[in-house]
Design a protein around this ligand. Sequence first.
Ligand SMILES: NC(=O)c1ccc[n+]([C@@H]2O[C@H](COP(=O)([O-])OP(=O)(O)OC[C@H]3O[C@@H](n4cnc5c(N)ncnc54)[C@H](OP(=O)(O)O)[C@@H]3O)[C@@H](O)[C@H]2O)c1
Length: 322
Amino acid sequence: MSSKGTTRRLGKTDIEVSSIGLGAMQFSGGRSFTRFYLSAIPTEIEDKVVKVALESGINWIDTAEVYGSGESERAVAHALTAAGISPGDVVIATKWLPIMKSAKSISRSAEKSTRRLEPYPIDLYLVHQPYSRSSVKSQMDAMADLVDSNIIRAVGVSNFSSDKMTRAHEALSDRGISLATNQVRFSLLDRRIESNGILERAKELGVTITAYTPLGMGLLTGKLHSNPELFESMPRFRRTSLRRKLEKSQPLVDLLEDIAVEQKATAAQVALSWATNYHGDIIVAIPGASKTYQAEQNAGAMHVSLSSEQMNSLSTLSRELS
Ligand SMILES: NC(=O)c1ccc[n+]([C@@H]2O[C@H](COP(=O)([O-])OP(=O)(O)OC[C@H]3O[C@@H](n4cnc5c(N)ncnc54)[C@H](OP(=O)(O)O)[C@@H]3O)[C@@H](O)[C@H]2O)c1
């Protein structure tokens, strides 16, 4: 199902993912905290987004127990079933939310996620945030138990600092398992991992970086700059968090659009190609999509090959604007 030449190994695991995956926070059904950022999507559209994403070369989907309080996991399973996808033919990543919880709750959460995702097993299970009541070691031991019981195939973390990621890597190594990924925010609008040690350490450890919000919640597509009405129609928190960056990012969007013309691509595709290739093959990205054209276009970014000059001009401008 994945396009030849565009898959990457997740860390040192045996899991091969397309360099672009599908983020499924958009399928939260307008529930839980996500309603402040994302509107609910009809089930038929969710089903089509997943089908088109897979048909276009994406082979993995990222969800979490917290997205819509389980709604996103259920929607992913529904869409995969509707598309006639067999378990094992798609890679599923989901996450345990550790806030106010100890590592003891990991196995129960995994069981609940497994049930919501049925019949698709969890391939990659991540600790969503670095805020558990338990130590990193206890969390990784609980995750390793799930690998040993064949409930999950690989372990990841998300939003972990360089130091905590290293501790997670060490704790898993003691159990003979390698840390697959650290899922963090990364795009032309947010390059903190390049200076806070995360990227450098991930390279040393052989841990894949999964870039979330790789389109800056839509800013890097240019559509919010060219359509003020669309911007104003977005849920309030998303508007508030993006308003400040809207004007500042205009020169970057202009450059993305110029390069898109040269590449016969879209600004979104250029932004995703930059994010997943500027640092070699250590970064994969999981753009969210709420419409089929977005899933198709984002998958198409895997076939956009930017020249070094185009990559560097984007890099230089994004640094100047930060
Ligand atoms: N681990 C974490 O803490 C964490 C945090 C945040 C997100 N995530 C994951 O990362 C995924 C993506 O992040 P995100 O949703 O925050 O940001 P994003 O991927 O940067 O932006 C997604 C939004 O951009 C718009 N879009 C996407 N592709 C487009 C295209 N080709 N053309 C035009 N517009 C396009 C859509 O907006 P409209 O829907 O308005 O059309 C879509 O909802 C999530 O789904 C989730 O799986 C993880």
